[in-house]
Design a protein around this ligand. Structure first.
Ligand code: HEM
Length: 441
């Protein structure tokens, strides 16, 4: 027994010492690799990187949760100028703001920066929570128009799993039974499975000549061939379908939620939108109320309201790129491998571009658009990577607002409902409203 104890004790001490040494060496190596080395011989943008590993993630995400990202950015740009460095989610990052910065990121020039990386149900309802309803509606539109999925179990399963998968995007990656991350991974696997089945069905229907290669996004991706006649891998098709779902879902829903909220709050804007939509109803009488491109083009004021909403509450607050080589902007070095974050709010709230930027004034988009400097109004991004769904989003948002405002009027049930960020500003209680039918259109 004695011998055994001694034996265990004697190996235990070296093991601990080795562990401490390995940890120290790893920390020092990490410090050298991510903190010291990038600064050597370079003029990096100003500002400290914050705590090791954690960086400024906590203060950034706290600001995001409280819907204070624009203020967080303003404080930094006031102190350090339009370009400054930070460390977010374990990566060194440069945040670039302002028109010149937007041009540097969006223009096609060789900047060294590359990309990193979803109604009739309302009938008879008196009170409804707008936010979850519009999220579900946007999701269903994507499923119907992009994936040609009709109502049924498949669509419901996709919606259910997608909601769980999304929650897991921003959670701590602890892969244990019961954790959000584990549930989200299971939901992602189910979504992949569902898409695999949909792709197989679409392949069969294409072979049997039941659908055309342009029927929907799935048939298009399945039919695509490269120069050598090779099709896309199934994994590539699934990745594209998931990207489309993420990109189209919350974005339109957030725009519509803020639109419905504004119409409940601003009687003048609401009346102008209603008058425009009444003209659209009249124009569509000849075609039995069906709306075509011509009627959508008539909705100019309604779209200017949407543009103003996206100026003040952009559905996408910015996006990450990565420096694929050492590069420079505004006299500062941006080391290869660092993250580069562009942000929407800075130019959207710049009083040199938008007079009285805090004021809601849709008319600025009726007079200003042509004279607006490039790279200043960027809800859909700009340049080569501009959102490919911008026109889809415009038509979908306009049609949903048309349907809502010509069928109902509504009042907020909680007039002072606070906003939370999820990560985009979102009514904390889901925007419950009282609905009243309009019978006089
Ligand atoms: C109001 C609604 C929408 C807004 C504000 C919006 C905004 C954006 C923004 C800012 C980007 C990033 C651009 C960049 O990183 O440079 C983006 C990318 C993207 N959006 Fe949208 N989007 C909306 C709706 C949609 C819809 C409906 C679809 C699909 C039908 C869509 C598909 C995409 C795709 C596929 C990308 C990635 C493009 C790429 O990586 O090159 N978006 N969107």
């Amino acid at each position: 027994m004695e011998v055994n104890f001694r034996h265990e004790d004697s190996t235990f001490v070296p093991e601990i010492t080795t562990l401490i040494l390995v940890t120290l060496v790893t920390l020092l190596a990490g410090c050298w690799r991510y903190r010291v080395y990038p600064q050597l011989g370079r003029k990096l943008p100003p500002r400290k990187l914050g705590l090791p590993i954690v960086g400024e993630s906590l203060s950034f995400f706290k600001a995001q949760k409280k819907n204070l990202v624009a203020e967080w950015m303003k404080k930094c740009t006031n102190e350090y100028g339009p370009i400054f460095k930070t460390s977010l989610i374990g990566s060194n990052a440069v945040i670039i703001t302002g028109q010149a910065g937007n041009r540097f990121i969006f223009s096609d020039s060789d900047s060294g920066i590359a990309c990193n990386q979803p109604a009739s149900e309302l009938n008879g309802m008196e009170s409804v929570k707008v936010a979850p309803l519009l999220k579900k509606t946007a999701f269903k539109v994507t499923c119907s128009l992009l994936y040609a999925l009709s109502e049924g179990k498949e669509k419901d399963a996709l919606l259910e799993n997608f909601a769980i998968a999304l929650k897991g995007i921003r959670c701590v990656p602890l892969n244990f039974p019961g954790t959000l991350y584990r549930k989200s991974s299971i939901a992602r696997a189910r979504i992949r499975n569902l898409f695999t089945q949909l792709i197989a069905r679409k392949r069969r229907e294409l072979e049997e000549g039941k659908v055309s290669s342009h029927e929907d996004i799935i048939s298009t991706l399945v039919s695509l061939r490269d120069e050598d006649g090779k099709p896309l891998l199934e994994e590539e098709i699934i990745d594209n379908l998931i990207t489309l779902m993420i990109a189209s879902h919350d974005t339109i829903a957030i725009l519509l939620i803020h639109f419905v909220r504004l119409l409940a709050r601003d009687a003048e804007i609401c009346d102008k939108v209603l008058q425009e939509q009444k003209k659209v109803v009249k124009a569509s009488e000849g075609s039995g109320g069906k709306l075509s491109r011509r009627e959508v083009q008539m909705m100019k004021y309604t779209w200017s309201v949407a543009q103003e909403i996206m100026r003040l509450t952009p559905p996408v607050i910015g996006n990450f790129r990565r420096a694929w080589r050492d590069t420079r902007f505004d006299g500062f070095d941006i080391p290869k491998g660092w993250q580069v974050l562009w942000v929407t709010s800075d130019t959207h709230l710049d009083d040199k571009i938008f007079a009285e930027p805090e004021k809601i004034d849709p008319s600025r988009f009726q007079t200003l658009t042509k004279s607006m400097p490039p790279y200043t109004y960027i809800p859909f991004g700009a340049g080569q990577r501009i959102c490919p769904g911008a026109e889809f989003a415009r038509v979908e948002a306009l049609l949903i607002i048309h349907y809502l405002i010509t069928t109902y009027r509504w009042t907020e049930e909680i007039p002072d409902e606070p906003m939370i960020a999820d990560p985009i500003p979102y009514p904390a209680m889901g925007l419950p409203v009282k609905l009243y039918s309009r019978n006089n259109i």
